[in-house]
Design a protein around this ligand. Sequence first.
Ligand code: GSH
Length: 313
Amino acid sequence: MGGMIDGTYFAEDPAPDTDAAGEFKRARADIRHWITRDGASGPTGGHGFTPEPGRYHLYVAWNCPWAHRALLARVLLGLQDAITLSYARPRRTEDGWVFDKDGEFADPELGATALHQVYSRQSPAYTGRITVPVLWDRQTQQIVSNESADIVRMLGAFRQGPDLCPDRLRPDIDRWNGLIYRTVNNGVYRAGFARTQAAYDSAVVEVFDTLDNIEAHLATNDWLCGDTLTEADLRLFPTLARFDVAYHYAFKCNLRRLIDYPNLWHHARRFHALPSVAETVRFDIYKQGYFSPSELRNPLGIVPAGPVIDWAL
Ligand SMILES: N[C@@H](CCC(=O)N[C@@H](CS)C(=O)NCC(=O)O)C(=O)O
């Protein structure tokens, strides 16, 4: 994976993404300002931004599950007109995430041909990973945040649509988020990117332990936090949407499929049927992305034809 050092992009980031035991370690996001109701500083970052429709632009890639969180928050909160989008091409190149000159993978905002240009536009000597999602402020020409968890939560400052993180449920939401991030959202990556049998074995067991627990929990609960749809459901969904088409095979998460879990499968299809959610999903692109050429996982980059899955409720 690539990164930037003093404003120059390198296809191979010198910072290792696996530790001595062969376990995948996801790099931390490092631009973490906040949009807040009154524009005051948020819990992290230097300064606050006000929630003004038409001011922000979101850089995403369809296949990235972290970017998917931000796309989901945007549609569930009804911010499609307030926040514009650029989609990177599904397969990264030597230049990292890239854009076409025109068409569905162009960048209408800055006309960038690679995402690293967006990072260096705000900070010419930027050093760090070049990741999606990126929330861009066109008014001050800077990145508000490249941390999806924060982006999801800060979009609540627009005070539009449902409250996905009500105060009374926040401890429960944070508990689910912590467990699901470590063992499921990032757990599938820890299984798929493991470089030792032991690292894979422990990651894959955790993935399915948590899915088994959620399956049991959903037998008596509509959503993760009871009868209210929350941010915790939103953050589970990107992994569920990619599970059978990508993680099951490409990341060897194959003890069970999503469709083998009646309650989870129902939860996923119910979430998918919410207004505009289906517009954030591209199973064909998930396959292209996760079956990209990779020396370690898929040297020839051949994309499998199946599985064929009917997501209708
Ligand atoms: N902490 C970030 C992680 C985002 C992330 O890892 N995105 C991946 C795509 S799925 C990426 O852009 N990776 C490029 C790289 O690490 O070089 C978030 O959740 O927003």
